[in-house]
Design a protein around this ligand. Structure first.
Ligand code: KIV
Length: 310
């Protein structure tokens, strides 16, 4: 059954990690749903990993709608978030609501995600007041990497930590129902998660938040150009199980024609299942996939009036 924001809030209360993965196509989202994922993101990262752009900036609203439509067809029973591409929500509240609505009406998404706080608070208010569920995105926000001076870890210095905590509270108050944090030390992300009542998910923010997002192509080792420090490829862990399954079939041609479970379909599903299992058990991410923070840096953050000791 498709999970709702209410279910995600209950998972936060019960401390059950929420599993989230990107998908931009029919077969990939179908595999994600079959593997038992809680949420899918049709990210603007699809502009890079599927459409071949060098950054997420060129991807258009029309391209995002095509990707989201395909993902929805593959996963009719999964909560799907459409990612607002750069240029689709900055100009005005009206345009932001109009484009957010396209994700819901044309692509069948359940929610939208947008990057940023301060200048986006009115957008978050306008979109959520129009009845659309908003996922806010803070920390490293790829659409504004040029203002950050590249892909840089956030929430490590006192200023950046305090700004992220304040921004997080602001987006929650503006109407965001979920928050995604990207690329922050686990200790800072945990602080945000503890101080908000909405579920906080992370990508590259350690295991102490309410759930994890991973880029499908990183999980599969299928993006040839780049892999961030915090991403894990799950294929090496499942290749043996895949080989055993195939070896156990006497007539592999017949089996493949009947089930389509003799190739990528099976291996992708196994890899996503492994991700889901590790996130639910708190095994991923571990320290190998976290941004480290030095003791002296952490002790500075702990002196902040925004550090919560409860
Ligand atoms: O587009 C996307 O997949 C994202 C993640 C990088 C967080 O926004």
């Amino acid at each position: 059954m498709k999970k709702s924001v209410l279910a995600f809030r209950q998972m936060k209360k019960k401390k059950e990690p929420i599993t989230w993965i990107t998908a931009y196509s029919y077969p990939m989202s179908k595999a994600a749903e079959a593997a038992g994922i809680d949420m899918i993101l049709v990210g603007d990262s699809g502009g890079m990993v599927e459409l071949g752009y060098q950054t997420t900036n060129p991807v258009t609203m029309d391209e995002m709608i095509q990707l989201a439509k395909a993902a929805r067809k593959g996963a009719p029973n999964t909560f799907i978030v459409g990612d607002m591409p750069q240029g689709s929500y900055e100009v005005s509240d009206e345009e932001a609501v109009k484009n957010a609505m396209r994700f819901i009406k044309e692509a069948g998404c359940d929610a939208i995600k947008l990057e940023g706080a301060k200048r986006m608070l009115n957008r978050i208010k306008a979109i959520s007041q129009s009845g659309i569920i908003v996922v806010a995105h803070l920390g490293l926000t790829p659409q504004s990497t040029s203002s950050f001076g590249g892909y840089r870890v956030q929430g490590k210095t006192l200023d950046s930590f305090e700004e992220t905590v304040c921004d997080s509270k602001d987006v929650e108050n503006a109407g965001a129902s979920l928050l995604l944090l990207e690329a922050m030390p686990a200790e800072s992300a945990e602080q945000v998660s503890k101080q908000l009542s909405i579920p906080v998910l992370g990508i590259g923010t350690g295991e102490k938040v309410g759930g994890q997002l991973i880029i499908m192509h990183d999980l599969l080792g299928f993006y040839p150009d780049f892999r961030p420090w915090f991403a894990k490829c799950f294929i090496p862990q499942v290749i043996h199980a895949y080989q055993e399954e195939i070896a156990s079939r006497t007539d592999i041609k017949k089996y493949g024609i009947e089930t389509r479970a003799d190739g990528l379909n099976l291996i992708v599903t196994l890899a996503i299942q492994e991700y889901v299992k590790e996130v639910k058990l708190g095994k991923f991410p571990n320290v190998d996939y976290n941004y480290p923070i030095k003791e002296e840096e952490l002790s500075q953050l702990k002196k902040s009036k925004f550090w919560y000791n409860g």
